[in-house]
Design a protein around this ligand. Structure first.
Ligand code: KIV
Length: 273
């Protein structure tokens, strides 16, 4: 367990997160989709848990995050909230829960807060969502931004290549990050962005940047939990480091169980009444 988790504040709030940028303490963030995993991640000292719409891929088995619904996000967020005592919990607003108009996005963000008990929401986009971010923050809902590779726009871009690689794209991303800060976002995810650009953005804004494939110059890091624990094997992006091989563990353990059942070696006397 990390020293921050054991000796630090009881609940991670936006204020705590801002303080971590000020004190140059890197933020350790992960995604979570269910009660049991969320509880383990919280016990291990993760600062922020994102109920990411990546659950569409790694939990539901879709090819993209596009099919995920608001009701599904709320269902998963409720389970995560029940497992957590310390980490801040942020819920991704899924595709088409906020793109049609700001009023709808605002009301849907309110629904997430009222129904789940989470600590805030995340919208993908920069200048495009600035007014929505402003309205949402003004209503007392913490908002996290998301720039760079934004999976809800995957069909517009046509692939998962890094973003911000041309001077124009880089300039726009810097503008987007400043706009999100001005609109009141408390942090911004930078996904698949050149490390030099992510470091420049990190220095240019007062709110923390949380990188995923954006280098070590960000204020914090986030990974999809199923990737970093070696559960999701369909592909491994270069930015993923595997800290466990749970898919191998599960296949091995379940294989032994199947063998034991076939051999009538399970249950034994001690496991029977
Ligand atoms: O949905 C998600 O898991 C995310 C992270 C990759 C940041 O948005």
């Amino acid at each position: 367990m990390t020293s921050i988790a054991s000796s630090g504040p009881k609940r991670v709030t936006t204020k705590v997160i801002a303080g971590m940028k000020d004190s140059k303490t890197p933020l350790a963030c992960l995604t979570a989709y269910d009660f049991l995993t969320a509880r383990l991640l919280d016990q291990a000292g993760v600062d922020l848990l994102l109920v990411g719409d990546s659950l569409g891929m790694v939990f539901q088995g879709h090819e993209t995050t596009i099919p995920v619904t608001l009701d599904e996000m709320i269902y998963h967020a409720k389970a995560v909230v029940r497992g957590v005592t310390r980490a801040m919990i942020i819920v991704d607003m899924p595709f088409m829960s906020y793109q049609a108009n700001d009023e709808e996005g605002f009301r849907n963000a309110g629904r997430v807060m009222k129904e789940t008990g989470a600590g805030g929401v995340k919208f993908e986009g920069g200048e495009r969502v600035a007014h929505l971010v402003e309205m949402t923050v003004r209503a007392g809902i913490p908002v996290m931004g998301h720039l760079g590779l934004t999976p809800q726009s995957i069909h517009q871009y046509g692939g998962y290549t890094p973003r911000g690689t041309t001077p124009d794209e880089a300039k726009q991303m810097l503008r987007d990050a400043k706009t999100l800060e001005d609109a009141g976002a408390f942090a911004v995810v930078l996904e698949k962005v050149p490390a030099s650009l992510a470091a420049k953005i990190t220095k240019s804004i007062r709110i923390p940047t949380i990188g995923i494939g954006a280098g070590a110059g960000c204020d914090g890091q986030i990974l999809v939990v199923s990737d970093m624990l070696g559960l999701y094997e369909d592909f491994q992006p270069r930015f993923v480091r595997r800290y466990a091989q749970l898919a191998d563990e599960i296949r091995g353990g379940v294989g032994r169980y199947v063998d034991d059942v076939r051999k009538r070696a399970f249950p034994g006397k001690k496991e029977s009444y």
